[in-house]
Design a protein around this ligand. Structure first.
Ligand code: FAD
Length: 436
């Protein structure tokens, strides 16, 4: 990987926790230009002037987190489904994720500074009920351990992401990226960052299934990479793909597949995550384990990725994927071995209408090695290498899936055995119990 990409990526995105209150948000603030709140010294109007009319840039605060998310955590059986669409885009599936290291105990330098023994004692104190302060920590908007962003952008199209990354680059801002917020390390949220909540980004899955035309097999990959997803799929003896947007979760993707299967007679199967609100973004980029959806047969989440489209830390909108491969069946491999990964750059990044996007060879001085980038993104962690705007995922022949989980659930209900999670929820049940 070129040093440029690594250096920029290193200062690019998220990690975990910390937080500071700002001013109250409005979901429909849309392209209004917030002049108060976090980094009011910056020319946010310059950013909003470049956004599409359906994008929203809003100020957010602890009040949003508390007001929009806490009520759900107090439900007897909270669900992430109720949290991901809250107006500020701040909610996380576990209440504690809004604090540094997912831990609300305030400390001058945060939980990171605690010794292992101190941290462990915290947990013991909480579990065994010796501490009574946890509610006051959670209710304190000045808690230095808060880790919530104070400015949230809901991009709608790729040009919004390009504009945000360029604005961040020009002003030395960090960006955090969020789909479901499901990372239990809180990797989708960080204070003092511009949070890109991808939840309202273009949804491709409902119309995103492609059945590949087998007659193109053997032809060379088109220069704009338009034929690359199908050519690679056909080389794997697969005939269908689905394109998924950077803000879609598995629930949306599975529903698109169910609709297509019901209409076309059960053709398609996707290897994906177990929970509907988990997304193919963070899931795939950290590997993607698919024990219940055919992962043992068809591989990890990263193995399903056929082409990637993303906005890199240098603000360039690219798409890339394997363009040369060789048969490796003699060595026991079921898929071809990648020899070359190629990418193209969008030459009209300000164009909003995808019909008019132009993909061309990247400029001479474009110092990115797509072979390294392909390797890094698929397993190197979400939010590390850029903002993924869409991805082509491999589809397989329809595979009936037995729902083992619900069988176990019913057995457990019958035997009235407590689950480990229910034991954990004896105290502070509000913080732990959850439906996904
Ligand atoms: C109930 C539950 C069930 C799970 N089941 C499984 C399972 O079956 N198999 C498995 O392997 N894992 C599973 N996980 C773990 C899950 O894969 C990770 O939490 C994963 O990080 C979630 O990704 P996300 O995009 O949904 O979450 P987020 O928290 O939104 O994002 C996770 C990471 O990806 C980044 N990211 C999100 N969107 C983008 C984007 N568009 N571009 C670039 N970066 C982005 C974020 O910045 C963050 O670093 C499960 C988790 C939960 C809570």
């Amino acid at each position: 990987m070129a040093s440029f990409a690594f250096a920029d990526a290193a200062r690019f995105l998220l990690l975990t926790v910390l937080g500071i209150p700002g001013s109250l948000s409005t979901a429909d603030a849309a392209s209004a230009s917030p002049v108060s709140g976090w980094r009011s010294d910056l020319d946010w109007a310059a950013l909003t002037s470049k956004l599409s009319s359906s994008a929203s840039l809003i100020d957010t605060s602890y009040d949003d987190y508390a007001g929009e998310c806490f009520p759900e955590f107090s439900e007897p059986s909270p669900t992430t489904y109720a949290l991901i669409d809250q107006p500020s885009g701040m909610c996380l599936p576990h209440q504690f994720l809004g604090w540094e290291m997912s831990w609300p105990r305030p400390s001058e330098n945060g939980h990171l500074n605690q010794t292992f023994n101190q941290a462990f004692q915290d947990i013991l104190d909480l579990v065994y009920d010796a501490l009574t302060d946890v509610d006051s920590w959670l209710a304190d908007p000045t808690n230095p351990s808060l880790n919530l962003p104070s400015k949230v952008l809901f991009p709608s199209i790729a040009s919004d992401v390009v504009a945000a990354v360029n604005f961040a680059k020009e002003n030395g801002l960090e960006i955090s990226v969020k789909n479901s917020g499901h990372s239990y390390q809180g990797a989708s949220s960080k204070k003092d960052t511009l949070l890109l909540n991808m939840n309202r980004y273009t949804h491709y899955a409902p119309t995103g299934i492609t059945d590949c035309d087998a007659s193109i097999l053997g032809s060379t990959v088109a220069e704009d990479l338009s034929t690359q997803p199908c050519l690679l799929s056909l080389a794997k003896n697969k005939s269908s793909l689905i394109r998924v947007g950077g803000g879609e979760n598995f629930d949306k993707v599975y529903r698109a597949l169910i609709a297509a299967n019901e209409e076309e007679g059960y053709k398609y199967h996707l290897v994906g995550g177990a929970a509907g609100t988990v997304s193919p973004m963070g899931w795939s980029w950290q590997g993607g384990l698919a024990g219940t959806t055919g992962g043992r047969l068809y591989g990890f989440g990263v193995d399903q990725v056929v082409q990637l489209e993303m906005v890199l830390p240098n603000g360039v909108h690219v798409k890339f994927g394997p363009t040369e491969w060789e048969d490796a069946s003699a060595e026991g491999f079921t898929v071809p071995r990648t020899k070359v990964v190629s990418g193209v750059c969008r030459s009209n990044p300000d164009e909003h209408d995808e019909e008019n996007w132009v993909w061309k060879s990247c400029p001479e001085d474009f110092d990115i090695d797509f072979n390294d980038m392909w390797f890094a993104v698929r397993g190197g962690g979400g939010g590390t290498w850029g903002v993924v705007t869409s991805v082509y995922l491999q589809l397989h022949d329809y595979l009936p899936v037995e729902n083992i989980c619900s069988i176990l659930f019913h057995l457990q209900q019958k035997s009235a055995l407590p689950s480990p999670l229910s034991l954990l929820s004896l105290r502070h049940s509000t913080y732990w119990r959850h439906r996904f």
